[in-house]
Design a protein around this ligand. Sequence first.
Ligand SMILES: Nc1nc2c(ncn2[C@@H]2O[C@H](COP(=O)(O)OP(=O)(O)OP(=O)(O)O)[C@@H](O)[C@H]2O)c(=O)[nH]1
Ligand SMILES: [Mg+2]
Length: 448
Amino acid sequence: MKPRFEDTIAAVATPPGTGGVGIVRVSGPDAPAICRVVTGACPPPRQARFGAMRDAAGETIDQGITLYFPAPHSFTGEDVVELQGHGGVVVMDMLLGACLDAGARPARPGEFSERAFLAGRMDLAQAEALADLIESASEHAARLAMKSLSGVFSERVRESATALLDIRTFVEAAIDFPDEEIDFLAESDIAARIEVVRTRLERTVEECRRGAALRRGLEVVLCGAPNAGKSSLLNALARQSRAIVSATAGTTRDTVDAEVRIGGVTINLVDTAGLREVADEVEREGIRRARDAASRADIVLLVVEPGDDDGAALARLVDPLPAASSVIVVHNKIDLVDERPPEGGAPGHLWVSAKTGAGIDALEHALLERAGPRAGTESIFLARRRHVDALERCLEFTHAARMECDAGYGELMAEALRLAHRALGEITGEVTSDDLLGEIFGSFCIGK
Ligand SMILES: Nc1nc2c(ncn2[C@@H]2O[C@H](COP(=O)(O)OP(=O)(O)OP(=O)(O)O)[C@@H](O)[C@H]2O)c(=O)[nH]1
Ligand SMILES: [Mg+2]
């Protein structure tokens, strides 16, 4: 088989700093030849060989173990050589230098993973999971990353993709034979089949949202009318005075961030300018930023004062508002009134006082409930924003397909289904642009 890449790349695969062992990884068609130049011989496949490692002048740099993994049974699918020396910054640098002198070029960040992906050794979601595994900040996150790396998440996405493909095949066949006696689309159970896929996708999106929050922390944005007590609430949750509080409406202009940890989950709280129609230029910009933050949030806390109309009017000001499931209406200042929550509470509504701290525990609990690790976390995926976006787009297109199906527009339905199918392909990397690949692998570290 002809190698996909002509050039051979090399990088230090172990973290910078000192350690017992440091590894230089070399991948590409010249890896065995480079190994022979640096160590005098290339060991038999997958067998450790001990010996000296030398620079271009023949001076011994270090001595250690060499391993050779011939294509295609290696991480990248190419010929790979690993030089294991002593883990010191200077030694590793010299060893890498020797490999470069022998004909390798320095690897770009993530280039080993990128080659593994292009060689079909893993799909895109798995490559990302690998980066997440290495970077995971908690044991929990690591376990979830490992799950994605082993392909469970990709498998789930592919199941939906296959189901969509089946539907597409059927629909396109029906369009190709318009003269058929039977009206395929009307008689078939296409609408029901689309709904089955949608239900499954919705569950996956939900599991990904939780996972995405675990991976990078949950983004919680406080929105509401001026003076509702958003800044006070941020301070109460952060247990420190981060944002300025005053009785003057329109105090907060810029967004204010505070990072808090609740039950092992990192939560980025964002306080925003009070939403109202009339405002000076600075405040208008503040409101624009507030809306912007709300549209990107995992959870919006819609802060309302006693007597407000449950935030319905406000909700119109925050546009586009994220999915209904991620909004919590927080009735603040309950210390001022006798307003009692309805018997048994109301879903999506909480009653608190930023001043006395009443109800703050329940609010924290509600945030965790929507994000954190809890019983049944086995079913969540440590997904990335990119995956959630693609899944959501797929859901939109399948919804459109459903509408066209009901309206009897076969061609339009076929197109919507094609776009839905494509969105899923972006997750595993079956359809990707070079730009996207560059962006994804560029965020990896060198040597990976
Ligand atoms: N009694 C009482 N007063 C509160 C409570 N929360 C906030 N306040 C008061 O309400 C006023 C406004 O509070 P802020 O936290 O500045 O309100 P905000 O929503 O950030 O206001 P803007 O930044 O202007 O949009 C201040 O005088 C606070 O002391 C509460 O739970 N109870
Ligand atoms: Mg404020």
